[in-house]
Design a protein. Structure first.
Lengths: 322, 205
């Protein structure tokens, strides 16, 4: 019985997240379009509202091409690794009090592990396609993820020190319901570091070097077509949502808001995640891409020292006050 | 000359990312501006005065045929040589009779010289611009087709066709005495040399 309930919960979560992924692409196109004084999708349905569904059907029925020189097994496995790793991290996210599939004590660590695993998918895709563009994309992704994973992990150490736990639910509860209790205020440096490494982790502009269109065609997914390409796309958007959720949980007080919405407990959580997503899109519409050496020097020379300094400061603060 | 790529910033501006914030403010402002996209098939672009579109031979209401007198001026002036006319001389009436009048619209560069030079305003480049076709034959216009083009255009314009004046029928900048009688038509004020607004005058407006 327990298993069936959990399965149903997983199905519901899966369906909702997939719907969000589909409409995240729609809103991204729409918002970027309007920011560029265009309209974005307008044809399918009212103001293009059915566009994501049309895109889904199109990519589902497209021919699935595997390049002749590609390593077939790895080529086929790579997108699945990406998607599975990203979807798994959804399991530990607390959407509201008690609204979590697996309330484990190492939630934060689990998410780091899974987002690192997802980068394997990207690297393997780049390697298995046997093409120079995908290979360069995969290499860049590897270097980028390694550099920014450190900064991101270190930035969240401050949050762990303040809350004294890795359990995501407990981190939210440690922040309390008040506005000033949010960790974004005592951990402003950590939030800054986290935000930038979050953009880099999810391969978003201005750190989209692994899939830089202007130089690498489409980076690691150049050789992919049809549904496999769509799976990479989904993984990227789920990654964005997971990172936005981590930001919300660790810095913005999770599901707590100015007042309780009893009919829909995750209301504030969802709102904060949407705000993060909007920020992602807004940044994409505004900023150009970093150069590769700038990316590396920003990660290693600025973010990691800042995150380390933040840990020391937090430690000193805790030692003096508490 | 040394180009300074990085503008000087003080420490506070660096920390607060003022330049990035300026950019973000700009894109946010644009988010709420009206898009300039025109939803084309539903929303047609406005046709400006002097638009040069599909070719047509004006149907003369008196004879029911074209006004062309086979003077060959359009053939002579055409830079892409896409107009072909064959004619016979009617010895009795002492005039030329058009046998065939063909325009290869695919070769046309839409310069409008032909309608400017025509002494009887027989030829016109209409405001119709959606006549793409799947085969070359349907964009090769013979006399019947050119007359039909005019009928279609007349239908599109409705009653306004009765006092339709193509501005190219009266070339700019020529005094009245140099124009053939048929070309002394009344064109809109903004089409005349004095009335047209170009260059710095347009900017001031």
């Amino acid at each position: 019985m327990q298993v069936i309930i959990i399965l149903i919960e997983i199905l519901i979560l899966f369906a909702i997240v997939m719907l969000h992924v589909a409409y995240a692409t729609y809103f991204e196109r729409k918002i970027i379009g309007h920011m560029q004084v265009r309209m974005g999708p307008m044809r399918v349905g009212w103001h293009g509202l059915l566009q994501p569904i049309a895109d889904g059907i199109k990519s589902f029925f497209k021919e699935d091409i595997v390049p002749e020189q590609a390593d077939r097994i790895t080529f086929r496995a790579a997108p699945i690794i990406c998607l599975v790793a990203m979807m798994t991290s959804l399991a530990v996210l607390p959407f509201a009090k008690g609204w979590v599939l697996a309330d484990i004590n190492i939630g934060l660590l689990f998410i780091f592990a899974m987002s690192s695993l997802a980068s394997y998918g990207v690297i393997l895709a780049g390697w298995a396609s046997n093409s120079k563009f995908t290979f360069l994309g995969g290499l860049r992704s590897m270097a980028q993820v390694i550099s920014y994973e450190i900064a991101m992990g270190l930035s969240l150490v401050g949050v762990m020190m303040l809350s004294g736990t890795l359990n995501l639910t407990k981190i939210v509860e440690a922040q309390g319901g008040s506005f000033t209790g949010m960790y974004v205020f005592p951990q402003i440096i950590a939030f800054f570091v986290f935000f930038i490494s979050m953009l880099a982790e999810t391969n978003r502009v201005p750190f989209d070097l692994p899939e830089a269109e202007t130089e690498l065609v489409s980076g690691y997914c150049t050789e992919y077509s049809g549904m496999r390409y769509a799976i990479f796309f989904m993984a990227e958007y789920i990654g964005m949502m997971v990172m936005a959720s981590i930001g919300t949980i660790c810095f913005l007080g999770g599901w707590n808001g100015p007042f309780e919405v009893s009919i829909f407990p995750p209301f504030w959580f969802v709102l904060k995640v949407y705000a993060f997503m909007f920020l992602f899109i807004w940044i994409r519409a505004t900023l150009p891409r970093y150069r590769y050496d700038q990316l590396m020097s920003l990660g290693w020379k600025l973010l990691i020292p800042l995150a380390l300094a933040n840990i020391v400061l937090t430690g000193l603060f805790k030692a003096i006050i508490g | 000359m040394q180009v300074q790529y990085k503008p000087k910033r003080n420490l506070l501006e660096t920390i607060l990312h003022t330049e990035i914030m300026q950019g973000m403010a700009l894109t946010l402002k644009r988010l709420f501006s009206k898009p300039i996209t025109r939803q084309y098939p539903q929303e047609k672009p406005p046709i400006q005065l002097g638009f040069r579109g599909q070719h047509a031979l004006v149907r003369d209401p008196e004879t029911g045929g074209s006004k062309c007198i086979a003077c060959m001026r359009c053939v002579t002036v055409c830079p892409s040589r896409c107009i072909h006319i064959r004619y016979q001389v009617d010895e009795e009436k002492n005039c030329r009779v058009v046998e065939s009048y063909d325009i290869e619209a695919l070769r046309c560069v839409y310069c409008g010289f032909c309608e400017e030079v025509c002494p009887v305003n027989a030829l016109v480049l209409t405001e119709v611009f959606e006549y793409a076709a799947y085969d070359r034959e349907s964009i090769f216009f013979d006399q019947e087709k050119l007359l039909k083009n005019w009928d279609d255009f007349a239908e599109m314009k409705g009653s306004a066709i009765n006092n339709y004046v193509n501005p190219f029928w009266r070339p700019r900048g020529l005094p009245e005495k140099y124009l053939a009688a048929a070309k002394r038509v009344n064109v809109p004020e903004e089409w005349t040399v004095e009335g047209q607004v170009v260059g710095h005058l347009a900017k001031e407006q």
